[in-house]
Design a protein around this ligand. Structure first.
Ligand SMILES: CC(C)(COP(=O)(O)OP(=O)(O)OC[C@H]1O[C@@H](n2cnc3c(N)ncnc32)[C@H](O)[C@@H]1OP(=O)(O)O)[C@@H](O)C(=O)NCCC(=O)NCCS
Length: 142
């Protein structure tokens, strides 16, 4: 999963985020954090044969680590992962789902009905910034 995430970050974030922000994302999705979320959260994995092609995790009310391998993007797999996470949230009686959207994923989440709460900035190395959006969705009104 770490390989899928790093490769997707490299392919999708280059040119959008400065390299310092890309390093930050990769460290944020380190093996320890991935394992912790798998153990304590609800992690979905999409495979094609033995190939891992996508993933997403629900941790409390927070959807996180939604990544689809670049060659499989724009085929509905991201939507399928989010549907699975939302169904799990409803099962867990969670009404409002929240997430942090990268600049890249922002239109995707908007298309799924997530509303923007705030634009956030994390200062990373060399005076660079990492911008993202805090988003929420009321699952009762979906
Ligand atoms: C964001 C991401 C998960 C979307 O997955 P995907 O499989 O490509 O998305 P889907 O094919 O399921 O698209 C679902 C809907 O979102 C829309 N969408 C997806 N990406 C979009 C984009 N960049 N701009 C506009 N709309 C987009 C699709 O048109 C589709 O709408 P439709 O149902 O009306 O046809 C995927 O592109 C990805 O892994 N990106 C890089 C990593 C990332 O940023 N992850 C999120 C971390 S916050």
């Amino acid at each position: 999963m770490k390989k899928l995430i790093d490769e997707t970050i490299d392919a999708c974030y280059s040119g959008i985020y400065p390299c310092e922000a890309i390093d930050y994302f990769k460290e944020y999705h380190n093996t320890e954090n991935i394992l912790n979320d798998i153990l304590k959260g609800h992690c979905l994995i999409l495979t094609c044969g033995i190939e891992l092609i996508g993933t997403g995790t629900l941790f409390g009310s927070n959807a996180r680590r939604v990544f689809i391998k670049p060659v499989y993007q724009k085929m509905g797999f991201g939507k399928r992962i989010m549907k699975g996470l939302e169904e799990k949230a409803v099962e867990e009686k969670i009404r409002i789902m929240d997430l942090d959207a990268s600049l890249v994923a922002y239109p995707f989440y908007r298309s799924l009905g997530y509303q923007t709460q705030a634009e956030e900035v994390i200062p990373v190395k060399n005076g660079q910034n990492l911008r993202y959006y805090k988003m929420v969705k009321d699952l009762k009104t979906k």
